[in-house]
Design a binder for this molecule. Sequence first.
Ligand code: ATP
Length: 515
Amino acid sequence: MANQEDQFKKVISHAKEYGYVFPSSEIYDGLSAVYDYAQNGVELKRNIREYWWKAMVQMHENIVGIDAAIFMHPTTWKASGHVDAFNDPLIDNKDSKKRYRADVLIEDYVGKLDAKIDKEVKKAAKRFGDAFDKAQFLETNPRVLGYKEKGAAILKRMGQSLEKEDLADVKALIEELEIACPLSGSKNWTDVKQFNLMFGTRLGATAESSMELYLRPETAQGIFVNFLNVQKTGRMKIPFGIAQTGKAFRNEIVARQFIFRMREFEQMEMQFFVRPGTQKAWYEQWKKTRLQWHLSLGMGAENYRFHDHEKLAHYADAAADIEFKFPFGFKELEGIHSRTDFDLSSHEKYASKKLQYFDPELNERYVPYVVETSIGLDRMFLAIFSHSLKEETLENGSTRTVLQLPAVLAPTKAAVLPLVKKDGLPEIARSIVADLTWDFAVTYDEKDAVGRRYRRQDAVGTPFCITVDHDTLNDDSVTLRHRDTMVQTRVKIAALKDLIKEEISMKNWLQKCAQ
Ligand code: ATP
């Protein structure tokens, strides 16, 4: 465990030291669970997004993309269930600093009264033997009636207080019942706060005319509300998909583990609209397709597994996570959900507009079923970054830190290094940079001994180093060093571009999806 924690700490500090991820507003000591992508991080993130987009949109003729606004009409979140289902009344214990859902604390208390009733029943059953009439006992025994009445009164009061948003009374109830923190036994509670995972904001300038809005907690709804627009204008035929990448916001109660769980994060989602009744087959198909996409990056099949959900969300008839082995264990990386017709039907109801598809083959109109693939871009970033960071012991006993990012995703593909800062070598190196920069991201580095420069590029994850030396002046060749193997080969300058392009080509990497 300690080892895992150490490894994770290394990941976080490496991400900062090499310009991948910074804590947000660090000069003000940061903001909890909010991070900024730095100069290299932004490139890695962009490349992951593009790798996903190409695989999902460009490579599927029946999938198109959109970019919906983060702000949406507030009724969207009524229809999606987020307004009602994302609300938790929270209370903190001041001594243990543990946070609880106030309603769960109270329900647990009532649960204990129920346990007392069970005890009375058992006792009586023993006393009366065969003559025991449980139903009658439950209806007449004064002690049982007392517990029942008390429990019912508590739940009623809690329900009414929550309904009225009278959170002070919810707290009063906890105090009257002398409910203690299960961890510390302390009854020192803060006030109860209503906690919706959605971030609220206001649209409009004046208090009277402004409208309460939410920052979207998922990108999916932007797709559902545009379903008909896209279907009609794109003349899409079922089955077809709509993809989108973008920011989502969740006021996570417990946000930790670096960029694994953030309050502002980015999702890459695709909603696939299918004929009712075919959703199960499509769900299985998308599970396979998405896993292949992950495997194409070469991070080891043993680091992925499916977790099928037994307890399903209100909208789903099947759901699975693709889990990845993060430094802190296997955790959800992507979700594949068979969402039925829940979302479109619900929007039909709330918007009083038909969101249906006329199926020319069936000669029938219906609300399509939806299979969703939903992956967190930041989580994917963390999966790749943490997996790629390696400490290696070399043959001569020295160690090196290397970030073995898949070359297709690396922020910088090649570093061009003149062996020395004189004799015309920098000029040749500069001209190589000027040529290659049209095709992919390259960098120039002339500071320090070449060995140190190699180490620096290893640590930042650059897959190739191109070294210009004195022989270059005569043979128009350079040394091409591969980050992972450290193998060096002599290559003509004119051949560099094609050689590197081959290694970083999305086509070559993505083709592994099809295998
Ligand atoms: P979790 O159980 O980890 O909270 P979830 O089941 O609520 O996740 P979904 O609503 O299915 O997540 O969202 C789809 C994907 O979005 C997740 O698989 C994950 O990669 C990503 N994601 C969700 N919440 C966060 C977050 N707070 N920070 C970063 N990524 C997130």
